[in-house]
Ligand binder design. Structure first.
Ligand code: SAM
Length: 458
């Protein structure tokens, strides 16, 4: 039996075998087009050298290549990360936003925020199809520290944007929850541990006070709301507790969480970076636990960052997050607005002035930033063009995140990011789930409603 799914090629495209650590199946893939198929391990040579799979793939390879090219090079932005303030009431060990800004920075005034959203609305109207709203996520540093301006902006532009708000949860009182939920704003919280002692290791106030209980209380307030999620940033401090973390989220009826690897752009993050093998072991144990909980209760806890990897394999263009494709989504699918009006490819770059593409309110605004020299290294970072990614079979399922991290931690945009071996293992794990017929259990119900099968062989 040959299981397969599709994706995208060139003149005599070839398939290469990949050992995914499965008892029965191996993958064969054309890394150039992100095409892959699962084949019986005992038949790899036949499958890659001749036969129906290779022939059928060759017929379709060009269309797969075009589809992947469109995803990688032909998008225009449809979302913006907004930083209505530089300030945060927490001092998380690993934060990618500079401490000086978080402790002493400024708020964006309400008038400036309203004027910014008006400019952004006009920009998105010029590039997006009519009837589709751009996403605007209030994301940093702690948006609720500038609550009055944020809430005024949400009301003023309710018809123009699909809003989201990412918060540490400490200022999410009943009134804020009522405001945001009544306007269908998606809400993201952050929590790093199943118990206070673990959360406190990385997420505390500037004076060292625990916020764990406040976040749990915020989670209780959101129970039953359709559109909320929690981010856990995975570090040396909480890795042994990831399984308990997903148990807590499932018990609290969190619809979606993210178990993100810590981005090592700034030095503070590197001090709590887990080793790749440890990250893989803990992450897969947590994923296995979400599956067991789903089987026990019939209720899924979506782990969005992993679901995105699985979808990126099954149906590349149905991806929702754009960190695991190259070039990444920064400056292509979305961009970030800093509290001083500065435009950056992604929030991850806000602490790195050389990636400032200009000011939203200056002549040229967004268009000028998108074509600026500051954005160019991010927008053109291409895994086909540097080693070792250009020789890697899974480069278009991984994308070699993240450019900010590669540049700051490893010395250049043409370098890998912090978790190369983990990402490889993650793709193998996802392929094993697909081989075992379990992948749908890790995905949003209806994820494939709008997707088209472009290649099917059995
Ligand atoms: C920068 S915060 C801003 C919003 C809000 N203050 C909060 O805590 O959710 C957004 C998310 O980014 C995460 N984050 C910050 N620095 C990170 C890093 N170096 N790597 C990965 N995630 C990071 C935080 O833990 C949080 O979940």
């Amino acid at each position: 039996m040959t299981q397969t799914c599709a994706s995208r090629a060139a003149a005599r495209p070839a398939l290469i075998p990949v050992d995914i650590g499965h008892a029965v199946y191996a993958a064969v893939t054309d890394p150039d087009t992100a095409f892959w198929a699962l084949v019986d391990k005992t038949r790899i040579q036949e499958e890659v050298s001749a036969g129906p799979l290779l022939n059928s793939y060759r017929e379709k390879a060009e269309s797969f290549a075009k589809e992947l090219h469109a995803l990688r090079f032909e998008l225009t932005p449809s979302g913006v990360y907004l930083n209505p303030t530089e300030r945060c009431n927490l001092n998380c060990t690993y934060c990618y936003l500079p401490g000086e800004q978080r402790s002493k920075g400024s708020h964006m005034s309400q008038d400036k925020l309203i004027a910014s959203l008006a400019r952004l609305r006009d920009y998105f109207r010029s590039v997006m199809p009519e009837g589709r709203k751009p996403r605007a996520i209030f994301h940093g540093a702690e948006p609720l520290m500038n609550k009055a301006a944020v809430f005024a902006a949400i009301d003023a532009f309710a018809d123009d944007f699909a809003f989201g708000l990412q918060t540490n949860g400490t200022l999410l009182d009943d009134e804020a929850v009522a405001f945001l939920t009544s306007r269908n704003v998606s809400i993201g919280l952050s929590l790093d541990g199943p118990v206070a002692g673990i959360t406190d290791a990385t997420r505390q106030t500037w004076s060292g006070r625990s916020v764990h209980q406040q976040v749990l209380a915020a989670m209780d307030k959101l129970k039953g709301y359709g559109s909320w999620s929690v981010i856990t940033t995975c570090t040396t401090e909480n890795l042994p507790y990831l399984t308990q973390m997903v148990e807590l989220f499932h018990a609290k009826e969190v619809p979606t969480c993210m178990l993100n690897t810590v981005r090592c752009t700034l030095p503070g993050a590197r001090g709590v970076k887990p080793a790749d093998a440890d990250m893989a072991k803990a992450f897969f144990a947590a994923m296995d636990r979400t599956h067991a909980l789903y089987r026990e209760t019939g209720r899924k806890l979506m782990v969005a960052n992993f679901a995105n990897i699985v979808i990126g394999i099954l149906a590349p263009t149905a991806r929702r997050l754009m960190c695991d494709i190259s070039p990444c989504g920064g400056g292509r699918a979305f961009f970030a607005l800093a509290a001083d009006g500065g435009l950056y490819p992604c929030s991850e770059f806000i602490g790195l002035p050389r990636f400032n593409g200009g000011n939203l309110h200056a002549a040229g605004g967004v268009e000028a930033a998108l074509t600026s020299e500051a954005f160019r290294p991010v927008i053109t970072r291409n895994v086909d063009q540097f080693s070792p990614c250009n020789g890697c079979a899974i480069r278009h399922f991984c994308g070699s995140p993240c450019p900010a991290e590669a540049a700051e931690m490893n010395g250049g945009m043409d370098k890998i990011g912090a978790f190369c071996d983990f990402y490889k293992e993650q793709v193998n794990y996802a392929l094993r789930l697909i081989a075992d017929g379990k992948a749908n259990d890790y995905l949003w119900d209806g994820w494939d409603d709008d997707t088209e099968t472009t290649f099917l062989m059995q």
